[in-house]
Design a protein around this ligand. Structure first.
Ligand code: NAI
Length: 340
């Protein structure tokens, strides 16, 4: 089909496995768009640790300007040094564009054997505040302090996002996850706000779980969760835990949404242990692209692409190593294109 509309998208391949999974994602999105008459104009920028080593800049101004103009970006993972070095580029992007809602659907794919078949839950993680914002000082050489900031505004708007989503998509229950028994003020404010918001949505049930209990409950009986609403750091940790329920980090997509723009990315990191070996599973980023297509009002293209991914999994012949197959990153992408 000839192209009738073109979307400008900022593309950040990122570090480690980022360039490999991004290349596969671009190919399959192009192929899906060709079937529905939608085209893509990719504006690609080198950002992250590799870009820093090469050009002395983690996040060049040109990339920021491009995101500001296009209002939609998709990125591969970017590495952040541990215990020193530069601050996280992801945290910087989320703050700069006020991408307050981190949306992560965790859904089982057909054909993958896990201990938990039929998982279908959504994580709404507050994305700009909390200990995760990286506000730290050394009080003296022996005392380090991290600041946990929780605001009424931040907690209320993420709660509204979660409840609006639940209402729109017929989700039955929102669990607010916290540690307000210990952090009585900060997490106390968070659950106060989430409870207040819940009162405006009588059709959606509301419950609160303490985060340590939630970890145990997720492993014992994840089916009790429908929508998980939580703070930044707990959301980060619970996302990886939930990825494990459906087959691992190679599968779970994500979206960082603000009022002005949205940046789509997988839950996983740069996976340096398998980088450059054609071993990475691009499913998580491809499913992030499905979320992006929905965001762009390209619902038909999104549906076709998701159906093709699920067909490849149901066939089970061209899966990557992390989910028990032997195929490479590129071969998986080719299989999705063939399934389209
Ligand atoms: P990681 O997610 O990169 O890797 C954890 C494990 O999962 C590794 O064994 C890896 O091989 C595997 N894995 C991850 N993605 C995979 C995929 N698509 N296919 C197959 N296997 C996959 O987490 P790690 O090692 O803790 O972090 C590495 C780097 O990534 C760090 O510098 C961290 O800061 C960064 N990171 C970046 C994120 C982002 O840009 N959004 C998110 C998380 C971590």
């Amino acid at each position: 089909m000839s192209t009738t509309r073109t979307h400008k998208i900022t593309l950040i391949p990122g570090d480690g496995i980022g360039p490999e999974v991004t290349a596969a994602m671009v190919q399959v999105v192009e192929a899906a768009g060709q079937q529905t008459g939608c085209g893509f104009d990719w504006h690609s920028f080198e950002c992250g640790a590799d870009a820093y080593a090469k050009n002395g800049e983690i996040l060049p101004k040109a990339a920021l300007d491009s995101i500001e103009q296009n209002r939609v970006a998709i990125k591969g993972p970017t590495a952040t040094p541990i215990g020193g070095g530069f601050s996280s580029m992801n945290v910087a992007l989320r703050k700069k564009f006020d991408l307050f809602a981190n949306f992560r659907p965790v859904k089982s794919l057909p054909g993958i054997k896990t201990n938990y078949p039929g998982i279908d839950l959504i994580i709404f993680r507050e994305n700009t505040e909390d200990l995760y914002a990286g506000l730290e000082v050394m009080i003296n050489p022996d005392i380090a302090q991290s600041m946990k900031i929780i605001t009424r505004k931040g907690s209320t708007r993420i709660a509204k996002s979660a409840f609006e989503y639940a209402k729109k998509h017929g989700r039955k229950k929102v669990h607010s996850i916290h540690k307000a028994n210990i952090m009585k003020l900060s997490d106390g404010l968070f659950i106060k706000c989430t409870k207040e918001v819940s009162e405006g949505y009588p059709e959606v049930a509301y419950a609160e779980h303490i985060v340590d209990n939630a970890c145990m409950q997720l492993v014992m009986n994840p089916y009790q969760y429908d929508v998980i609403l939580t703070e930044n750091l707990y959301g980060d940790i619970l996302s990886d835990l939930c990825s494990g329920l459906v087959g691992g980090l190679g599968l779970v997509p994500g979206a960082n949404i603000g009022a002005e723009c949205a940046i789509f990315e997988a839950v996983h990191g740069s996976a340096p242990d398998i980088a450059g070996q054609d071993k990475a599973n691009p499913t998580a980023l491809i499913q992030s692209a499905v979320l992006m297509l929905d965001h762009l009002d390209e619902g038909e293209t999104a549906k076709k692409l998701q159906a093709a991914i699920e067909k490849v999994y149901a066939d089970g012949k061209t899966l990557t190593r992390d989910v028990g197959g032997a195929a490479g990153t590129k071969a998986f992408g080719d299989a999705v294109i063939a399934a389209l």
